[in-house]
Design a protein around this ligand. Sequence first.
Ligand code: FMN
Length: 219
Amino acid sequence: MEYLKGENFKLKPEDHTLSSHKPRILILYGSLRERSYSRLLAEEAGKILDYMGAEVKFFNPDGLPTYDYNRSVDHPKVQEIRELSLWSEGQVWSSPELHGNISGLMKTQIDWIPLSIGAVRPTQGRTLAVMQVSGGSQSFNAVNSLRILGRWMRMITIPNQSSVAKAYQEFNDDGTMKDSGFRERVVDVMEELMRFTYLTRDHADFLVDRYSERKKATQ
Ligand SMILES: Cc1cc2nc3c(=O)[nH]c(=O)nc-3n(C[C@H](O)[C@H](O)[C@H](O)COP(=O)(O)O)c2cc1C
């Protein structure tokens, strides 16, 4: 993280947090291409988050079965993504834009994560940052879809987001991101994700507690 040396990030409002461990961030990406720009973008975000003091884990979707109701959840890749989601306090989702939407691989990962199994809620109350890459001019179709999914999974999707247009122009041969306004935006998004995670992670259960569900539980 040579280009961030000397940068003094102010991420943690004094005396606000109760937990002292590093924020736990899970990163999902939506393409298996060897030189996948959505994965490279995800890796750039991971390096920035690591620099900012997060504990970062990636889920490699290679081998994850296509989602189907009838499929067993015993598959090791299904178990892995569920456990990672449960472990996380915040997430980053980075999808390619394909035909004006997220990739099927991105969607199948999210479909495999249950909203709840009894009291276990693998996504609810977690923070979420959404990002996309596209081959054409800048668009927001994929990040908009990811926002809908974030709402559906009852996550705290942060306001800022990253959309990297003509992604094939934005990465070096070694896979790192070129210095650009797009890269600065990724830093902005990760800074905001860290702040929201510090502010909300100790209150996740409180934030997802709903009147209608409490009422149902007593009936
Ligand atoms: C089937 C297909 C559909 C695509 N649709 C779009 C699109 O709707 N808008 C766009 O800007 N780029 C589109 N692209 C370009 C991809 O977004 C671009 O190649 C991107 O880098 C793919 O993600 P990846 O590098 O992570 O595999 C499409 C590419 C493919 C193969």
